[in-house]
Design a binder for this molecule. Structure first.
Ligand code: SF4
Ligand code: SF4
Length: 169
């Protein structure tokens, strides 16, 4: 299993075109979803997110009203104070957690300082095991995530093997 983040970036970018083809190929065949889930569970169990935290550096995290209420309570401040101090707007004017040079405002080293109250999106990331719709219908999300998330990269490679996908397909 590859976990080195420099390697993941290189390999995920190298596999990007192939992964797009794989996504189309998966959608045009009938596979049992259970095998994809089982593979995702195995990869999740083998990789320690606390050693990585790359998604906290790379992704923008939407903050729902529920997330804001939860985080404000956790930090002992009002929701308004939380919004002022810890959120910003993304290019679509959606509220996201504030970001600095090294990613999310709550990231310290590899640790999330609000772990117990982190937003639902963080809890579910990379959305392999928990997400709306079937894994096949969400495949479009995973090509990009495979360029920085070790779980997604290794899972994609694993299921290519399971489905006998050949790069020439
Ligand atoms: S979900 Fe992926 S990118 Fe995020 S910490 Fe875990 S392995 Fe790293
Ligand atoms: S809230 Fe925590 S888990 Fe979510 S992106 Fe920020 S540091 Fe990562």
């Amino acid at each position: 299993m590859v976990t080195d983040l420099v390697q993941i970036r290189r390999l995920g970018e190298k596999a990007r075109a192939e992964n797009f083809r794989f996504r189309r190929w998966i959608k045009s065949h009938n596979f049992v979803e259970r095998q994809f889930r089982r593979a995702a569970e195995e990869v999740h169990a083998a990789i320690d997110c606390r050693e990585c935290a790359e998604c906290c550096r790379v992704t923008e995290v939407r903050a729902s009203e529920r997330d804001i209420a939860h985080l404000a309570r956790f930090l002992g401040i009002s929701e308004r104070q939380f919004v002022e101090r810890y959120t910003m707007l993304d290019e679509h004017k959606a509220t996201i957690l504030k970001r600095g040079g090294s990613g999310c405002v709550f990231l310290e080293g590899n640790d999330c300082t609000v772990y117990e109250a982190r937003p639902a999106d963080c809890e579910r990331f990379p959305h392999l095991l928990r997400g709306s719709g079937s894994i096949e219908s969400r495949m479009w999300q995973f090509v990009d995530r495979a360029t920085y998330c070790p779980i997604v990269y290794n899972w994609m490679e694993k299921i290519k093997g399971l489905t006998n996908f050949r790069p020439g397909h």
